[in-house]
Design a protein around this ligand. Structure first.
Ligand code: AP5
Length: 218
């Protein structure tokens, strides 16, 4: 177990396939709560950009829409857990083994499963753009920036993720069904799972997440 720290914020997992809106909802939650965002995809992309040993190992899996091996990801997460409360896990855990390891490290309060179907995921992700400076998310269909290619918040250039190509998006979705979807029952049996309809307006999705979070933490 990691060192306890007096923080009353909940430990929450945002579970969902590619494009479900985990990052979008995490951005909103961070505006509301003093919670620490732990997004394994973001951390891995940062390692790839820096050309670290972990990044070099992870890149070939990410480019194919496959999961990075558990031991690499678990080790990366473990190093970042320094307290007992107040984490927002985004994209982790993604396998039963990762979930079992997380169970040994920390007590979760809620797993919000944001559900969307594959055609919606492909539509959203092909149109996703990300700020290269501050990481803010955009969408050329649903949430375009005021000036094309430029972040409204910081003026940084917007880019398209390497894995947001239609073939890789479909592979990521298959990987989700095979390796991550079993977590839905795993957490349901533990009484932690709340299912959210992810195909609503982002604000509505957020209201539902806030409401189930309120119920589960009092
Ligand atoms: P990761 O970065 O975690 O990608 P992902 O899970 O595929 O999720 P995304 O970031 O694509 O989608 P999201 O749900 O965050 O959606 P977003 O809010 O951006 O992982 C990438 C790779 O890293 C993996 O494939 C794997 O290789 C590796 N990896 C990461 N974690 C790992 C782990 N634990 N174990 C092993 N490997 C790991 O929204 C998408 C778009 O839709 C945006 O443009 C947004 O504006 C728009 N949008 C969002 N919500 C809505 C809405 N309600 N209506 C309309 N548009 C919306």
């Amino acid at each position: 177990m990691v060192t306890p720290a007096g923080n009353n914020e909940p430990n929450l997992v945002l579970l969902g396939g590619p494009g479900a809106g985990k990052g979008t909802q995490a951005e909103k939650l961070m505006e509301d709560r003093k919670i620490q965002h732990l997004a394994t995809g973001d951390i891995l992309r940062d390692e790839v950009d820096k050309g670290t040993e972990l990044g070099l190992k992870a890149k070939k899996y990410m480019d194919e829409g496959e999961l990075v091996p558990d031991e690499l990801v678990v080790n990366m997460v473990e190093k970042r857990l320094t307290k007992q409360k107040g984490y927002l896990f985004d994209g982790f855990p993604r396998t039963i083994d990762q979930a079992k390891t997380l169970d040994e490290l920390i007590n979760l309060d809620l797993v919000a499963y944001i559900k969307i179907d594959k055609s919606e995921a492909v539509r959203r992700l092909a149109a996703r753009r990300v700020c290269s400076e501050c990481g803010k998310l955009y969408n050329t269909i649903f949430k375009p920036p005021e000036t094309e290619g430029v972040c409204d918040e910081c003026g940084g250039d917007l880019y398209q993720r390497d894995d947001d190509r239609p073939k890789v998006i479909r592979d990521r979705f298959e990987t989700f069904l095979e390796e991550t979807a079993p977590l839905i029952d795993f957490y349901r049996e533990k009484g932690l799972l709340q299912e959210i309809d992810g195909e609503q307006e982002p604000e509505k999705v957020y209201r539902e997440i806030k409401s189930v979070l309120q119920e589960s933490t009092g």
